[in-house]
Design a protein around this ligand. Structure first.
Ligand code: TYD
Ligand code: MG
Length: 461
């Protein structure tokens, strides 16, 4: 039986900014991802009858005739990447920006996205269209003066409508388009306000199309929430080719720029920049910088040779343990690492090392505003907490890495040799590592440990 369902003209629903789940009614917490206060109203207009039994007969053709081609006859679209001229960014992107591709640059407000992109505009070979939807042309000029990025073939468009952008691309014929930011862009065909999920998604789709049609790279700026998710743009990650994300604390000068999605190369690689009065400068030796303020002989501090993508980085991890107010559960505060890993390590310490922490406030922090997500941080975390509780420092020449299992065992992590070399290069010649670690250079005193108690013994705790 043929069933026709009429959809009302205007439909209002609520969409999660984080994961895109639709909800018929507003609720405080998204049932899709569990995020609080992330629902936004979305209005869609439609008057189309939907034949639910035979949808294909009621769908119009997409307009232009699409060709059906044999796979082997299709010419691969990936052109050679064009260097941005900002060296560290090019390394991250595997050479630069691919013509016709769309790159999303995410990060908290104030972290340096506009600065980096203006530096790209300064170095770019060819003309650039810079859509400054957030700031006036004068404000951009002011920043460009500071960055010595004044060029006559960088075109500024202080508009936020898609029609204006399409027209400006056609008239200025640029070889790079920068849109700062996608949250400010509006698609007149979508009813909701700029920044809403529907607007951001629709605008991005339009720009992806525009980039392909003109075969020029587009770079879009997207703001993220404090938790580091691409707010709204999370839904965008699927639409673009590359997602590059800024990390770091905007109150510190170090910035980590990470490729979290990259259709044309490796992901999870990072480049490190320092924000200076002359803009972002690539840091050649980030480990040196991370350790610059370190004080040795302080309890709770341990050095970790970690890995960010392929790049080894040596960072300092600090822990502090203080007695809680009686009757109040101990606070846990984790900066630069996953709080869930902290809880797990604390549970293992309590169960397998006789080190209960329920009556302690525990603070842990990866120094320098870096966020470390790899499991090699577990063992140093346990050592730093143990050292903080005991009030005894870990010897200054020691570095440690390894994953902690729920049984208190120390498990192997990726690329131990790279970690050895980076530790040694920075003067840490004793490394506490998982029991199955490969042999090391003879200059390195490698201490293999099978469980946490052996690790504590190795550092004199
Ligand atoms: P900005 O690029 O505007 O951040 P975003 O676009 O991500 O919001 O960077 C803003 C911060 O950077 C601001 O606090 C000023 C600082 N800054 C410098 O320290 N040096 C510079 O050369 C520039 C241009 C900005
Ligand atoms: Mg900006």
């Amino acid at each position: 039986m043929r069933q026709t369902m009429w959809v009302s003209k205007v439909r209002t629903s609520h969409v999660c900014r984080e994961c895109g789940t639709h909800h018929p009614k507003w609720t405080g917490q998204c049932t899709g991802c569990g995020e609080w206060n992330s629902l936004v109203e979305e209005t869609t207009s439609t008057g189309v009858p939907i034949d639910t039994t035979s949808p294909s007969t009621t769908r119009p053709r997409s307009g232009e005739r699409s060709e059906i081609e044999a796979l082997d006859a299709v010419v691969s679209e990936t052109g050679n990447p064009l260097p941005t001229g900002v060296e560290q960014l090019d390394t991250l992107l595997g050479g630069g920006l691919v013509p016709g591709s769309v790159t999303l640059v995410g990060g908290e407000p104030g972290i340096g996205k506009s600065t980096l992109l203006l530096q790209v505009a300064r170095e770019w070979t060819g003309s650039v269209l810079y859509v400054c939807a957030e700031e006036s042309a004068r404000q951009v000029r002011q920043r460009a003066d500071r960055l010595r990025a004044i060029r006559s073939d960088v075109w500024l468009l202080a508009e936020s409508g898609l029609g204006d952008i399409a027209e400006a691309v056609a008239t200025t014929n640029p070889s790079l388009v920068i849109v700062d930011s996608i949250q400010m862009i509006s698609d007149p065909l979508v009813g909701s306000t700029p920044g809403s999920v529907a607007q951001v998604r629709s605008s991005t789709q339009f720009l992806v199309h525009l980039a392909k049609r003109h075969s020029i790279p587009f770079v879009l700026v997207g703001h993220v929430t404090k938790e580091g998710d691409l707010a709204g743009p999370r839904v965008l990650e699927h639409l673009v080719d590359t997602v590059v994300s800024f990390e770091g604390d905007r109150h510190h000068s170090l910035r980590l720029v990470r490729a979290i999605k990259h259709r044309f190369g490796a992901t999870n690689d990072v480049s490190v920049f320092e924000m200076t009065s002359d803009g972002l400068i690539g840091v050649e030796d980030p480990s040196q910088l991370f350790l610059a303020d370190r004080r040795t002989h302080v309890a709770g501090s341990v050095v970790v040779p970690t890995l960010e993508g392929k790049r080894p980085l040596v960072v300092e991890l600090q822990a502090l343990a203080v007695q809680t107010t009686p009757g109040v559960p101990g606070r846990r505060n984790a900066q630069g690492l996953d709080p869930a890993r902290l809880s797990m390590v604390l549970a293992v310490l309590a169960r397998h090392c006789n080190l209960p922490t329920a009556s302690l406030d525990i603070y842990v922090s990866v120094v320098g505003g870096v966020k470390i997500t790899e499991p090699g941080l577990d063992l140093p975390l346990a050592l730093a907490i143990g050292s903080a509780i005991a009030g005894r420092p870990i010897p200054p020449d020691v570095a440690a890495f390894g994953e902690v299992g729920l049984g208190g065992e120390i498990r192997q992590v990726a690329q131990p040799e790279r970690r050895y070399s980076e530790a040694l290069r920075l003067g840490f010649d004793r490394v506490i590592a998982p029991v199955r670690s490969p042999d090391a250079h003879s200059q390195l005193d490698l201490v293999r440990v099978g469980d946490l108690s052996q690790a504590f013994d190795a550092v004199g705790l």
